[in-house]
Design a protein around this ligand. Structure first.
Ligand SMILES: Nc1ncnc2c1ncn2[C@@H]1O[C@H](COP(=O)(O)OP(=O)(O)OP(=O)(O)O)[C@@H](O)[C@H]1O
Length: 356
């Protein structure tokens, strides 16, 4: 029979440092082979949660299970080396006096010499570093060092790989490439992995599941599409992606009248007619149509190659942004026609505030 129990289960975990509560009833789970990403503003508790799962931090309440085995409770903290986890850090953390090959081999001490050699060769091939086997870390680029660090963490075949901002020291192009490569490698091996990142694009391209943390609270745990298009809270809506909130009034089922005109789509909340809401408007949902009814004034523009991001003032006095093909090159102060095209009408009760 197929094992359907989660590989990682985090249940109502609480963790404080003194009076600072860094994890507040955090719960989520990951199936075997899934890749998860923890996103959230600086200081929201991402690294602490990763360290809890790794066994570097004890918890005050709740439970962590890895592959069915309880590893953390308030009275139990299985040490990291007995959790079957691998870790990759931001700063590579390779041993400087060992070659790439020796660094990878270090993680699989205890196996026979033949098995070790085979494993190291497989790992070097997997991360595309066979040519650099005998180089020392200082002879490798940042991206190469991070590949070796990944190979070292994966060599002992951990049940769970934890990655803390693994690409943040790399330039943007290399980071994009390595993100895709790492996803392919993890998928090929079927390794379950949880990664902390500041970078939303990275999370979108690597993760099956994204967790958005705010002030120690897991606001949403879901796939990238849902986190972006069906944000579970105001915090997620404003943190993930680019968007503005404009005032609206619900005028019927799936219908909101706003400063952008009448919008029709799937309402995220069951609101009655007449209900005042804040409506999330993403720049790509605002189309530029010359003779549209709503004419908005260009307050600011930012050229991005294929498109221009316009900051606009609506006739209502509210602002939103529009991502428009850069062939439409308008001047600050111009009025341009806009038309909203939104499938998912993400709304929040008017005047909600983000609570610390
Ligand atoms: N060992 C510690 N002792 C006391 N406070 C700590 C400790 N580790 C973390 N904190 C505090 O816990 C909070 C969360 O920190 P954490 O590093 O988990 O956040 P983060 O979301 O990973 O932040 P960043 O994105 O900036 O790395 C911060 O207020 C931090 O100062």
């Amino acid at each position: 029979m197929q094992n359907t129990s989660p590989l990682l289960q985090v249940e109502q975990v609480c963790k404080s440092f003194g009076t600072n509560q860094v994890a507040n009833e955090v719960s989520f789970s990951m199936a075997k082979g899934e890749i998860g990403c923890l996103l959230g503003p600086s200081g929201c508790g991402k690294t602490t949660l990763l360290r809890v799962i790794a066994g570097f931090e004890a918890i005050d309440k709740g439970l962590v299970q890895i592959n069915g085995k309880v590893v953390s409770t308030p009275i139990l903290n299985v040490p990291p080396e007995n959790r079957s986890i691998g870790m990759v850090f931001q700063d590579y953390a390779l041993f400087p006096h060992l070659t790439a090959l020796q660094n990878i081999e270090f993680g699989i001490r205890g196996k026979t010499s033949r098995l070790r050699k085979e494993k190291v060769k497989t790992m070097l091939d997997l991360v595309g570093m066979a040519e650099a086997a005998d180089k020392y870390p200082h002879e490798l680029s940042g991206g190469q060092q991070q590949r070796v660090a990944l190979a070292r963490a994966l060599a002992p075949e951990p049940e769970l790989l934890l990655l803390d901002e693994p690409f943040s020291n790399l330039d943007a192009l290399l980071r994009d490439r390595l993100t895709v490569e790492v996803r392919d490698i993890l998928k090929e091996l079927g390794t379950t992995a949880l990664m902390v990142t500041h970078n939303q694009h990275e999370a979108f391209s690597v993760a099956d599941k994204i967790g958005v943390l705010f002030y120690g609270t897991m606001q949403q745990w879901g796939n990238a599409y849902d986190v972006y298009h069906r944000p579970a809270s105001l915090e997620v809506a404003t943190f993930v992606g680019d968007g503005a909130l404009v005032t609206g009034v619900v005028t019927g089922p799936g219908q909101v009248e706003s400063g952008l005109g009448l919008l029709k789509g799937n309402l995220s909340l069951p609101c009655e007619s007449g209900c005042e809401v804040d409506l999330l408007v993403r720049p790509e949902d605002v189309l530029h149509v010359d003779h549209a009814q709503v004419q908005a004034r260009v307050l600011h523009k930012s050229f991005r190659g294929p498109n221009i991001l316009y900051q606009l003032e609506l006739p209502s006095g509210e602002q939103c942004r529009a991502l428009v093909s850069s062939h439409h090159n308008h001047t600050i102060g111009d009025y341009i026609g806009i038309f909203p095209e939104v499938d998912n009408l993400v709304v929040f009760p008017k005047n909600l505030t983000i609570q610390p």
